[in-house]
Ligand binder design. Structure first.
Ligand code: 5GP
Ligand code: MG
Length: 175
């Protein structure tokens, strides 16, 4: 699969993703069904995962969206900035953050600090993918779909320079 200027190959198939997502929905369902959770979806990358995950839940869910960017222009700024704000009604709620991938943890470290300042009852972090070897911030990941090695992946919401978010499997750069 060609995306922009690189060749990618399937890394996690559509079928495996479906199993992972259903598994997470079952775990969250068991842990949260009676706690009126508020799902906070981290855009943009999580939109596909969130859509499948939320529809796999068998209870009525409350959903909000936020967006952080760790880049300003072309330069990485160590700290992520928030450009769709966290809704005020997280106060007193059991929040589950829905993230596509935790890599260095910079984004989530900042976000967790910001969301906790709004006094939710609890905050849990759920991520579809986790790169444990890449983590350099003190971030606790409560629900992991799949831990992967430190390689660049694309598809199922994740992009390569804006491209490939619509791919229905997760691809990895061909060595
Ligand atoms: P972190 O702040 O944990 O380093 O990175 C978080 C964000 O970087 C993710 O939400 C995602 O947008 C992006 N990211 C990290 N690893 C990958 C990857 O392998 N592929 C893609 N497409 N994005 C990634
Ligand atoms: Mg993301």
């Amino acid at each position: 699969m060609r995306v922009k200027d690189r060749d990618f190959e399937v890394f996690i198939s559509k079928e495996e993703i479906e199993k992972i997502v259903k598994g997470l929905a079952q775990r969250i369902g068991k842990d949260y069904e009676d706690r009126n959770p508020l799902f906070v979806v981290m855009l943009n990358g999580s939109f596909v995962f969130a859509a499948d995950f939320l529809r796999s839940l068998d209870f009525v869910a409350d959903v909000a969206f936020v967006r952080y960017s760790s880049y300003v222009g072309m330069n990485t700024v160590g700290v992520a900035s928030c450009d769709i704000v966290i809704p005020e009604h997280v106060k007193g709620r059991n929040v589950i953050v829905v993230e596509d991938i935790v890599d260095s943890g910079v984004t989530m470290a900042q976000f967790m600090k910001d969301i906790k300042s709004l006094n939710p009852e609890s905050v849990a972090l759920m991520t579809l993918l986790f790169k444990p070897d890449s983590l350099r911030e003190n971030v606790k990941v409560d629900y992991v779909g799949k831990a992967i090695e430190n390689r660049f992946v694309v598809g199922y919401g994740l992009d390569y320079d804006g491209l490939g978010r619509n791919l229905d499997a997760i691809y990895v750069v061909k060595e």
